[in-house]
Structure formats: C-alpha cells, structure tokens
Design a protein around this ligand. Structure first.
Ligand code: NAD
Length: 247
C-alpha cells in the first residue's frame, strides 16, 4: 500500500508509533523514525531488522521541542531519500495532574511536545511536500480531544489544539496536494496507559462499548489507511479508533 514512499514517524520507538513504523515497512515504505534517545532508537531498529532484514528503516534523535533540530533532521531525510511522502506526528506525553497541583512548567512541557513539536515538524516537511507536488501529514490526537478529561487539563488541551492544527492545515494545504488528518485513539495498550492507575484503566475499559482497550496495531491500521491512496480524498479528518469511547 505504500510502496516506494518515504515516511517520518516521530515517537516511533515504542507503543503506537512503533506499530505504525512496522505497518509502514511491511507495506513497502522506507521509514525514518525519530526517537528521544539513541539507545531506544537502536533497540527499535534491531527489533525491526530481526523481523525482516529487507526493511529499510533508520532512526534519528532530534530534540522535538527544538525547531532548528527538527528542521535539520527533516531536511536530512529529504537530502538522503529525495522526498518525504508521509509525516506522522506521534510523539506525545500525557498526565493526569489535578488542577490545584498543576504547575506552569508542567503545562508548558505537555504543550511543547504535543503541540509545538507537531508544528515544528510540519513546517519543513510541508515545504518539501509542496515542492515535490504533494504529501500527507497524520497527527496523533486522542479521544479526549472530543470528550475532555477530568484531570490533567494540559493533555486534552493539547489534543484539541492538534485537531485545530489538523483541520486548519487541511484547508490551507489542500491546494498543494497535501492531505492533513489525525487519528484519535481511545485507551490503547501502551506504556502511556500502563502508567495510569490500574483501577482507572479498568473503569474506563468497562465503559467502552467494545468493552476493551485497543491494541496498538488496531490504531496503526488507521495510520496505514490515511497514508495510503485509499484515502486520496480524505483530508481534515479526525479519525477515531476508540471502540466508540467518545459516544
Ligand atoms: P508511549 O508512551 O508508549 O509512546 C510515546 C512515544 O513518544 C514514545 O516513542 C516516546 O519515546 C515518545 N516521546 C515521549 N516524549 C518524548 C520527547 N520528549 N521527545 C521525543 N519523543 C518523545 O505512548 P503511546 O500510547 O504509544 O502514545 C503515542 C501517541 O498516541 C501520543 O501522542 C499519545 O498522546 C497518543 N494517544 C495514546 C493513547 C493511549 O491510550 N495509549 C490514547 C490516545 C492518544
């Protein structure tokens, strides 16, 4: 489905991002994953090589909250592969701090990675895509971008912003043949959810119409669809993959 395409996936070392990288490689793309530390990037690449030695994957560690570092890393991908067809902004942090314990620094930390870093990666990647005649950007939102969240207000705020960025840029960049979409996962079995109290996860899972948390691979399938030509007329969409949790 992605033969010959070149993709960047941020936060591609584990969880949903890692499954997106696997899915893209298995469907013929060349993938550059951006991770936060060289050790985790190397471990992810080793795992992928063991699974299939023919897959073309490499990793980089730009500081995602540093616009200049991100620009450099994106342009290195363009220099090496000649193009960038897909940008997946997946790296993100969540927290559930109650408002009265919140600090300004904590709010900034969430917004810096979940919102500003998304913008920093889009800026150089969209310019490359425009020049080559098109491309596709997929951001990672969340079900809390629809329902909000009863603690840790920085996180849902950041995902509402991701939706705004996605829908607005879909409108702005359509004329350049750049599609911009987001995937909004529900509770998905990754380290992010493992970090939540068990009773919270159980309570949320019971309330999901499909009665269970999602698997990272089920979320990655949506990233595959949106990156593929099957979604050639889909842009400005926030695609929920959440077992109808938001309903
Ligand atoms: P995860 O914690 O397993 O993975 C997060 C990824 O982001 C990792 O690859 C990590 O290295 C990267 N990352 C974190 N901080 C970083 C930093 N400062 N710089 C660079 N990379 C950094 O979580 P996940 O569940 O796979 O989350 C992936 C995305 O999905 C996030 O944007 C998250 O908000 C979103 N999401 C997850 C869930 C869920 O239930 N797991 C639900 C909705 C949305």
């Amino acid at each position: 489905m992605l033969k010959g395409k070149v993709a960047i996936v941020t936060g591609g070392t584990r969880g949903i991002g890692f499954e997106v990288v696997r899915k893209y490689l298995a469907n013929g793309a060349k993938v550059v994953l951006f991770g936060s530390r060289q050790e985790t990037v190397d471990a992810a690449l080793k795992k992928l090589k063991e699974e299939n030695g023919a897959w073309e994957a490499e990793g980089k560690c730009p500081k995602l909250t540093d616009a200049a570092q991100v620009e450099r890393a994106v342009l290195e991908v363009k220099e090496k592969y000649g193009r960038i067809d897909i940008l997946v902004n997946n790296a993100g942090i969540s927290q559930s701090t109650p408002l009265y314990s919140y600090t300004a620094e904590e709010f900034d930390r969430v917004i810096d990675l979940n919102v500003k870093a998304v913008f920093y990666a889009i800026l150089p990647a969209a310019a490359v895509m425009k020049e080559q005649g098109g491309g596709c950007i997929i951001n990672t939102s969340s079900m809390v971008s629809i329902s909000g969240q009863a603690a840790g207000v920085g996180y849902p705020t950041s995902k509402f912003a991701v939706n705004g960025l996605t829908i607005s840029l879909a409108r702005e960049l359509g004329k350049d043949n750049i599609r911009v979409n987001a995937v909004a996962p529900g509770v998905t079995k990754t380290d992010m959810v493992a970090a939540l109290p068990k009773e919270v996860v159980e309570r949320i899972s019971k309330g999901i119409p499909l009665q269970r948390a999602g698997e990272p691979e089920e979320v990655a399938n949506a990233f595959l669809y949106l990156a593929s030509d099957l979604a050639s007329y889909v842009t400005g969409e926030i695609l929920s993959v959440d077992g109808a949790s938001r309903a």
